[in-house]
Write a protein that binds this ligand. Structure first.
Ligand SMILES: Cc1cc2nc3c(=O)[nH]c(=O)nc-3n(C[C@H](O)[C@H](O)[C@H](O)COP(=O)(O)OP(=O)(O)OC[C@H]3O[C@@H](n4cnc5c(N)ncnc54)[C@H](O)[C@@H]3O)c2cc1C
Length: 297
């Protein structure tokens, strides 16, 4: 096995990268941490002519900040930087700590980026699944301007996102959530640190008293070969009182809207059963986090 030959363009800055993509976007593939892309190149699945090295853009695109009522994460921010950031100690955003701690082996987290996780378009993209539950938006930039798209609209097919050849993902952002809310990500895996879980689920929920005022439920797949939100389950939950009975009812709704696929790793029925279990566990964990924050502040 050998690495095929290809060129690598190393831009000076974001403008340089976008100018390059404007001219050569059709033949160039952006490379962030490379933890996904380089394995595909090595396996011969992707055969690049040119790689556009995004690492020099970390000076522009590696940040986590609160601004204008939004939490904004630069696309070149690494998973380790998420783990180290105080913002994700906020009980509302503990889902980021779940997702980051479960993402791949430790060494990988220092180079795997959030933008790369969103852009892989692979179902088992832990950060992207959490960002779906948070109803985040993705900011694409090109030399001609920017466009912001809701993350649930960017996935077109397995490993295919709605990115134009001259665009890069610059940022993901989501609205600050209310105080009485929290997030959780759970995944069932063969062993810790193994690349791919069988099922990954993320939940965001806001409560007023015990009434669910907002909710986001996402999975690695609901039948399509990319991650997505369980819209009908979300609709069912909004406005109801949070209780074990409500969760049990919501898992019946999930069963109606979710199709699971079998592969050599797990049969569909097993994945569906795991999905219902994770829905329940995630929502219970979120409600526990909200209660703990109310009690201990
Ligand atoms: C051993 C191993 C274990 C793994 N475990 C997990 C896991 O547990 N959970 C998980 O979710 N993933 C896992 N992965 C997959 C991968 O590490 C993550 O998806 C990671 O976040 C990808 O980020 P990256 O910066 O390395 O992306 P890259 O590999 O550089 O790029 C991935 C894709 O995104 C595109 N891209 C990257 N950045 C941008 C941008 N800014 N704009 C436009 N397109 C862009 C690239 O062109 C490419 O198509 C694992 C991978 C390996 C090899």
């Amino acid at each position: 096995m050998h690495m095929p030959r290809f060129d690598v363009y190393v831009p000076q800055d974001l403008n340089d990268a976008l100018s390059f993509l404007d001219e050569r976007g059709e033949e160039a593939i952006p490379l962030a941490g490379g933890t996904d892309l380089l394995t595909l190149i090595r396996a011969g699945v992707v055969k690049p002519k040119i790689l556009l090295d995004l690492w020099p853009l970390r000076k522009n695109l590696s940040y986590i900040r609160r601004e204008g009522g939004y939490v904004r994460i630069g696309a070149l921010t690494t998973v380790d930087e998420v783990l180290a950031n105080y913002l994700f100690r906020d009980s509302r955003y503990l889902g980021f700590i779940d997702a980051a701690r479960g993402l791949g082996p430790t060494f990988l987290r220092s180079i795997a980026t959030i933008g790369g996780n969103v852009a892989t378009g692979h179902p088992l993209s832990d950060m992207a699944i959490l960002l779906l539950a948070l109803k985040a938006e993705v900011k694409f930039v090109s030399r001609h301007g920017e466009r912001r798209v809701s993350i649930d609209e960017i996935y077109l097919d397995k490993r295919k996102i709605d990115r134009r050849p001259n665009e890069l993902i610059a940022e993901v952002a989501f609205r600050e959530k209310p105080m009485s809310s929290s997030t959780a990500v759970l995944k069932i895996d063969r062993r810790r640190g193994h690349s791919m879980g069988y099922v990954v689920s993320a939940s965001y929920m806001a409560l007023e008293g015990d009434v669910i005022t907002d909710v986001g439920i996402a999975f690695d797949s609901l039948g399509k070969p990319y991650p997505g939100r369980a819209y009908r389950t979300e609709e069912f939950l909004i406005g109801r009182r949070f209780s074990e009975d409500t969760i049990a009812e919501s898992s019946k709704v999930l069963e109606l809207e979710m199709t699971r696929l079998s592969d050599y790793r797990a049969p569909a029925e097993y994945r569906l059963s795991l999905s219902k279990t994770l829905l329940k566990k995630c929502l219970l964990l979120v409600s526990q986090r909200i209660k703990e924050e109310l009690m201990h502040g």
